[in-house]
Ligand binder design. Structure first.
Ligand SMILES: [Zn+2]
Length: 476
């Protein structure tokens, strides 16, 4: 997929506003998002049908050149076929004209992107875990979303309304002045608008090309190392030697007791049952809504706190050094997943990076295996082991005694010196030369494909099990 490249001096930024649609508009919003999903599902089924067909034909021994031909996966091709099919296909013929064509484009574009990702992943050209082919989206689980790229997309001058194709003028829950001012001044241009339903509300997010002159941060020569953790959300060590502890707000943990109580109430009332077709009672709906409200509240609090933190770090420092944590790996560890997800490690790193780009700052990513906690920030001696419960770092080579996280943050800050300019991966050479960890890595960078024992699942002989199961099991 081609990415939009902004002009020099411009960045692509999103402006997101909560909407207050009226009843008719809400229905139209749902209809558009549903239409996007229907088009996506159509594209996925239309393409993958030939995959199964070919596989079946191969099993009958049909020659390669006589097999059903592959169907195209590209967006223009999908769009062309869909635009013919929608008039005749009974799944679309009666109602496709109710929604903007952008709704169907959204679904087809998402399907094309999904096929593109799948192909790249299969060829090994995509980072991250190997992914499966696109699957149909369920009406119950799919996130409601629809993107508009053409037509009447406006922020109204009264700063309380936005206009979208087919949906018309919708009132916004908040003032749109931040974007309206820029649009009026000609320093911003709307590229597209996406409506989503999230956290119990409708939102519109404008993708905007915004002029941003590279500003020098308040303290241009300041470097800060950011050590993320669960005890303290972040420990910051800057180049003046000052250590700042950012407490973990623990939004989710604070709400846990309340959530438990509300969840209990929900489960005591008569909920929906798909198997028997039972509809939920009014009291269940009410209790469920109340529980969801708490979840939304937690998410909002977290988002707000993270943005404030990353903006503050960025405003005061030119260079920010962060660890390249394996967040996906940590989330698959059920002992720490809740805390890690609540802290939002992935978000902190992402926000620090893009806010740095906007402000003309530098972000240095420490190598994933850089032993920031085990290295002495004074003499550089590296410990072989430092269990998590040991909160104070005591150096064996020099008299340094320091809080574990503060020591790690100082090490990260020192890494910035290794990288002169630009964004890069630091600690690479260092870590490779002096990494004594090897055997006791806490998280794995990539999941090695588990070797399956021969034969049916679970039917391996004890001999095979020792060979492929235990010996091949990666050390943790
Ligand atoms: Zn030392």
């Amino acid at each position: 997929m081609k990415r939009f490249e902004p002009r020099a001096g411009f960045v692509v930024q999103a402006y997101r506003f909560a909407l207050d649609p009226n009843v008719g508009q809400e229905r139209a919003l749902r209809s558009h998002c549903g239409a996007a999903r229907a088009a996506y599902n159509w594209a996925v089924s239309w393409v993958t049908a030939t995959w199964w067909q070919r596989r079946a034909e191969q099993s009958y021994g049909i020659a390669e050149e006589d097999l059903t031909p592959w169907r195209p996966l590209s967006l223009p091709a999908l769009r062309k076929v869909f635009n013919e099919v929608k008039h005749t296909d009974p799944r679309f013929a009666a109602w496709w004209a109710d929604n903007s064509k952008e709704a169907y484009s959204t679904g087809l574009a998402n399907a094309a992107a999904a096929f593109d990702n799948y192909t790249k992943s299969k060829q090994g050209a995509r980072a991250g875990r190997r992914m499966g082919g696109p699957r149909r989206k369920s009406k119950r689980k799919a996130r409601l979303s629809c993107r508009f790229t053409t037509g009447a997309i406006r922020v109204e001058p009264d700063r309380r309304h936005v206009t979208l194709p087919r949906l018309g003028t919708i009132r916004t829950h908040e003032n749109t002045r931040k974007l309206a001012r820029r649009l009026a001044a000609g320093t911003a241009r709307i590229l597209s608008a996406t409506v989503t339903h999230a956290r119990g509300r409708w939102f519109v997010s404008f993708q905007v090309e915004v002029m941003r002159d590279a500003r020098t941060p308040a303290q241009a020569d300041m470097v800060v190392g950011v050590d993320l953790g669960v005890k303290h959300l972040a420990v910051l060590a800057d180049s003046t030697g000052r250590i700042t502890y950012v407490p973990n707000p623990g939004h989710f943990d604070n709400a846990l007791a309340r959530l438990r109580r509300l969840s209990r109430r929900v489960s005591r009332r008569q909920g929906p049952d798909r198997r028997t077709g039972r509809t939920p009672s009014r009291r269940w709906v009410k209790a469920d809504a109340e529980r969801n409200r708490v979840h939304h509240q937690v998410a909002n609090l977290r988002t707000d706190a993270l943005h404030k933190l990353t903006t503050r770090i960025r405003a005061g420092h030119h260079t920010v050094v962060v660890e390249d944590l394996n967040v996906a790996g940590m989330l698959s560890n059920r002992r720490v997943a809740r805390k890690v997800a609540d802290a939002g490690f992935g978000q902190i790193r992402r926000q620090l990076t893009y806010k740095g780009e906007w402000a003309g700052g530098v972000t240095v990513k420490a190598d994933r295996w850089y032993p920031s906690s085990k290295t002495c920030s004074d003499c550089g001696a590296v410990k072989a082991k430092l269990p998590l419960h040991v909160r104070v770092f005591t150096c064996e080579q020099c008299p340094l005694v320091m809080d574990r996280d503060a020591n790690a943050a100082r090490n990260l800050a020192a890494l910035a010196a290794a990288v002169k300019a630009g964004t890069g991966v630091a600690g690479d050479q260092d870590a490779k030369a002096s990494n004594p960890r090897g055997a006791d890595r806490q998280t794995r960078a990539t999941t090695r494909p588990r070797k399956r024992p021969g034969g049916r699942a679970g039917g391996a002989t004890p001999h095979q099990r020792t060979e492929t199961g235990i010996l091949a099991k990666p050390k943790r």
